[in-house]
Design a protein around this ligand. Structure first.
Ligand code: 13P
Length: 280
């Protein structure tokens, strides 16, 4: 499996121009060989998504151009082999449209060119109290629109220190296992990524040891394969203070299929250096 290298831009950058410049840097001709060796994705702010999709479409010669082909371009962007697009959040209330001020639905995200969505990120859990029921609805809405899901799990520092990491993650994963259909197609199984992101490692510069990450990832894989025999090769990626200097150690760790990168994905050279560490 080609490694997944995913940039969660969070509430960055400040302007669409900067977001577009970042895409142009990533898609420079001399980076394309690297991009083709991994499964790279960027997850911009929802308000930047459509413009970022258009920027990718304009830079990617294999895609169709022109107003009349907008939908085709967007669909193609969704499955662009060089650079995939994801969204940071979707409405729990409707997968389509509705009177839900401030929300953005799975269908709208897809229409803007996203093929994936983050669900269960610890910042959503922490600042918006997103818990089991809401996450379950988001997951169902994502799947009903055929969006791939990057489902985030991770323990707090206190839970880590008291040795509760696996218990916490097992509970968090119940959202996933309880929402997935019993008859899981291979296509659907391929569209589920679990991101292990210890809360205490996000944006702090602190990281678990490679052995700890490996153990946790292998345990997550066991849980998922045990849940459903159709999930034969679950994708589990690591997130939390991944940077160009420490990426290689995670890349070599057993059970690590890629990285979910926050801060270091906002500079093309740093993000590409992480990708390089993963393709080696
Ligand atoms: P940092 O890489 O900035 O620690 O963020 C990780 C993260 O939360 C990605 O989703």
């Amino acid at each position: 499996m080609k490694p997944w290298v995913i940039g969660n831009w969070k509430q960055n950058p400040k302007s669409i121009k900067v977001a577009q410049a970042l895409i142009s840097d990533l898609l420079r001709t001399d980076n394309r060989s690297l991009l083709s060796q991994c499964q790279m994705m960027v997850i911009p702010s929802t308000v930047h998504l459509a413009k970022v999709a258009d920027t990718i479409a304009n830079l990617e010669p294999n895609l169709s151009h022109g107003d009349s082909a907008t939908l085709i371009v967007k669909a193609a962007v969704a499955d662009n082999p060089l650079l995939r697009l994801g969204g940071q959040d979707i409405s729990a209330l409707s997968a389509q449209v509705g009177a839900y001020t401030g929300d953005c639905s799975a269908a709208q995200l897809k229409d803007c060119g996203a093929a994936w969505v983050l669900i269960g990120h610890s910042e959503r859990r922490q600042y918006y109290n997103e818990e089991e029921k809401v996450l379950q609805k988001k997951l169902q809405n994502a799947l009903s629109e055929q969006l791939g899901v990057i489902f985030c799990v991770g323990e707090t520092e206190t839970q880590y220190e008291s040795g509760d990491t696996l218990a916490v993650i097992t509970k968090q994963l119940e959202v996933l296992t309880s929402s997935l259909p019993n008859e899981l197609s291979q296509d659907l199984a391929n569209r589920i990524i679990v991101a292990y992101e210890p809360v205490w490692a996000i944006g702090t510069g602190k990281v678990p040891t490679v052995e700890e990450v490996s153990t946790t990832h292998l345990a997550i894989k066991d849980l998922l394969t045990g849940f459903n025999s159709q999930i034969t090769d679950p994708i589990v990626i690591y997130g939390g203070s991944v940077n160009a200097d420490n990426a290689a150690q995670f890349a070599q760790a057993k059970g690590v299929d890629g990285a979910l990168v926050g801060g270091a994905s906002l500079k093309a050279d740093k993000f590409l250096a992480i990708a390089q560490a993963f393709v080696k």
